[in-house]
Write a protein that binds this ligand. Structure first.
Ligand code: HEM
Length: 305
């Protein structure tokens, strides 16, 4: 299934999104910069990734606000409760039904979007069923939306906590990629991955029996002092090439290039327009999630250039 999906989700298709990502970034960021301050998540970072996913899939612009609202409901959890709230269930069903219609429409009239590419993708005699395509479109929403939002806000947060580091990209946008990579290492939005152990596996002198579940702490591995010297220091100059924020192996994040591109465009546009910024940490709110780390709200004040 991944081989088929990769045929549609190509590096070229991702690269071609850059212009659209810039347009969306400006659409949300520039009006927000007009006032005294804004809220990073709801005004900017929380809007961009879902609109990019919608654009990639070929969702018409007029439907995107509603899809973003549904996608936010799907991942929202109530403080203290582990269950999916009824509104989240309902939103998930509405979203799946929307994608079902989209797939049916593209089967009738294919376009040049990812959904059409998935409909027509072939690997030998193998092709994706409608149900598989809908499940994949849904996976993109869950995997690619909140994670990227959190990455952008986490970069602004750790930049503010380490002003001498943020000064680099603020003075020279060429530092933006290093800002993104160090944020991915230091405080990644996706903190853990779970696996079922396929065969007895010895690790650190203990055998984990086949069939057991194992929690892999990505956030902790990114601070392994054997790999990253002084791991608790946020340092844009360090070598981050060994970070595992996008996983590894056969399930390596399919959207890693896209997430990096979105963050680069968004933060580059930010430093091009902003000379300095401050955060209202007392009114910042973290998300309630066992896995996703980042902010539900992050009020910011900026000094425009
Ligand atoms: C900062 C942003 C992101 C982070 C930190 C992140 C992280 C991850 C991680 C750790 C995995 C591996 C899960 C595992 O091994 O079980 C993964 C898988 C995946 N990601 Fe991302 N991701 C991000 C953005 C995106 C985006 C933008 C998309 C697409 C629009 C996306 C789509 C996917 C998909 C489809 C998979 C499943 C791949 C598979 O199971 O073969 N991700 N991501």
């Amino acid at each position: 299934m991944r081989a088929l999906v990769s045929k549609g989700f190509t590096p070229r298709r991702v690269r071609e999104l850059e212009g659209e990502i810039l347009r969306l970034t400006r659409r949300y960021l520039l009006p927000a910069l007009d006032g005294d301050g804004f809220e990073v998540v709801s005004d900017f970072a929380g809007r961009l990734p879902m609109d990019v996913v919608s654009d990639l899939m070929g969702v018409p612009e007029s439907d995107r606000d509603e899809l973003r609202r549904l996608a936010d409901l799907v991942v929202h959890r109530e403080e203290g409760l582990n269950d999916i709230p009824p509104a989240g269930m309902e939103a998930a069903l509405t979203l799946a039904a929307y994608y079902q219609d989209l797939v049916a429409e593209r089967r009738r009239r294919p376009g040049d979007d990812l959904t059409s590419a998935l409909v027509t993708a072939r690997d030998g005699g193998d092709r994706l069923t409608d149900q598989e395509i809908v499940a994949f479109l849904f996976l993109m929403v869950v995997a690619g939306n909140e994670t990227t939002t959190k990455l952008i806000a986490n970069a602004l947060y750790w930049g503010r906590r380490n002003p001498e580091q943020a000064a680099r990209p603020l003075n020279d946008p060429a530092w933006v990629p290093a800002w993104i990579e160090e944020t991915l290492r230091y405080d990644t939005s996706s903190q853990m991955i779970v696996r079922t152990v396929a065969r007895d596996t010895e690790l650190h002198g203990r055998v984990v029996p086949a069939g057991h579940r194992m929690l892999l702490l990505v956030g902790s591995a990114n601070r392994d002092e054997r790999v990253f010297p002084e791991p608790d220091v946020y340092d844009l100059e360090r070598d981050t090439s060994a970070l595992i924020s996008f996983g590894g192996g056969r399930h390596y994040c399919l959207g890693a290039n896209l997430a990096r591109l979105e963050a680069r465009v968004a933060l580059t546009e930010f430093v091009r327009n902003v000379r300095a910024y401050d955060l209202d940490e007392d009114n910042a709110v973290r998300v309630h999630s066992i896995n996703v780390r980042g902010f539900a709200a992050l009020p910011i004040s900026v000094s425009p250039r």
